[in-house]
Design a protein around this ligand. Structure first.
Ligand code: SF4
Length: 330
């Protein structure tokens, strides 16, 4: 459509001076029949302009039912791939294709396929944070919102491989009594929270409840008052009578937590690594910006493309997840 350089992984064009980004993005959405789907880990300005804000499961569910012609996925690459696999006839855009995921990267498709081959007779359950190529070797995809229920939908003696997040896998094993074989992967954001610093915060704010995502390490989950997906943590904080929370997940969720609960205080859990930025932001998620979103809508680039043969296989476990979730009312 346009001759635009996207060699950097995003449209590197200046935004004309004086442009009102919010108004222009809204106008282009209307004119192009486009919707913006944003993950809770996006920056607040992107969440505010999105048509849908949610966790990975909600984004996949919305992608499955929208009749828009263009989907702009403000999240990371595997989320764009999932949307494209669900909606092969729609144009799926992402503001910056460099928005990857350390957890998905910890599970290369060729090594995962080899692992699966070494364990014949095992069912394969993959977390949604995987490439399309890994999903193509999977029986059913899960998210942190439905992992427990989907694992429990298998017979108790079913032999299961679970990948790639070992922390989530360990957590699901602990709450279901299963003994799934786990892939050794982790997210660099969720695995860095400091037990010591969180315990110190709990001492400083004894009334605060600790909310933790199951991608966190076991030592954090053990002391958490609530373990759940981003959507579940948000729901819990909203329904709780408690007024203060320590939040052990990517800090983007604080935007919606504060918006929905202006009378409550949310404290981001601190990371372990003193040499890091000291925050709990996902550097991949934050590659998407309002300026890149504006250019993505304007030039309809970069577009998510998934190999057709891979997509044909990957849609099966994604559909199975959506079907099981619908039947369970999740
Ligand atoms: S927070 Fe972790 S799991 Fe989520 S996109 Fe970033 S690297 Fe991946």
């Amino acid at each position: 459509m346009f001759d635009v350089d996207i060699s950097k992984g995003y449209v590197d064009m200046p935004v004309p001076e004086g442009v009102d980004l919010v108004a222009e993005i809204e106008r282009m959405k209307r004119e192009k029949n486009a919707v913006v789907l944003a993950h809770y880990y996006q920056s607040g300005d992107i969440q505010d302009i999105a048509d849908y804000v949610g966790d990975s499961l909600a984004l996949a569910q919305w992608a499955a039912k929208t009749d828009a012609s263009i989907l702009v996925l403000c999240g990371v690459h595997f989320m764009g791939e999932t949307a494209k696999i669900i909606c092969p006839d729609k144009k799926v855009l992402i503001p910056d294709v460099n928005a990857g995921c350390s957890l998905a990267d910890s599970c290369p498709a060729d090594r995962f396929a080899e692992f699966v081959k070494q364990h014949p007779g095992y069912k394969v359950i993959s977390y949604v944070n995987t490439s399309a190529a890994v999903k193509a070797h999977t029986d059913v995809v899960v998210t942190s919102s439905n992992a427990k229920q989907i694992v429990e939908s298998f017979p108790a003696d079913e032999k299961i491989i679970f990948g790639p997040d070992k922390n989530l896998g360990n957590y699901i094993n602990s709450v279901t009594g299963r003994h799934m074989l786990l892939w050794d992967g982790a997210c660099h954001v969720h695995s860095q929270f400091s037990l010591e610093k969180i315990v110190a915060l709990k001492k400083q704010y004894p009334d605060a409840l600790l909310l933790a995502h199951p991608e966190c390490k076991r030592e954090i989950l053990i002391i958490a008052d609530k373990v759940g997906s981003t959507a579940a943590l948000l729901r819990f904080a909203t329904q709780s009578s408690c007024k203060r929370f320590i939040v052990a997940t990517e800090s983007g969720i604080l935007h919606e937590m504060k918006k929905s609960n202006p009378d409550k205080e949310f404290i981001p859990a601190p990371p372990d690594d003193a040499s890091s930025c000291g925050c709990s932001e996902c550097n991949f998620m934050r590659l998407n910006t309002m300026k890149k979103l504006y250019n993505t809508l304007k030039y309809e680039l970069p577009e998510i493309v998934v190999d057709e043969a891979i997509a044909r296989e990957a849609i099966k476990p994604i559909r199975r997840m959506l079907d099981i979730s619908a039947s369970l009312g999740i």
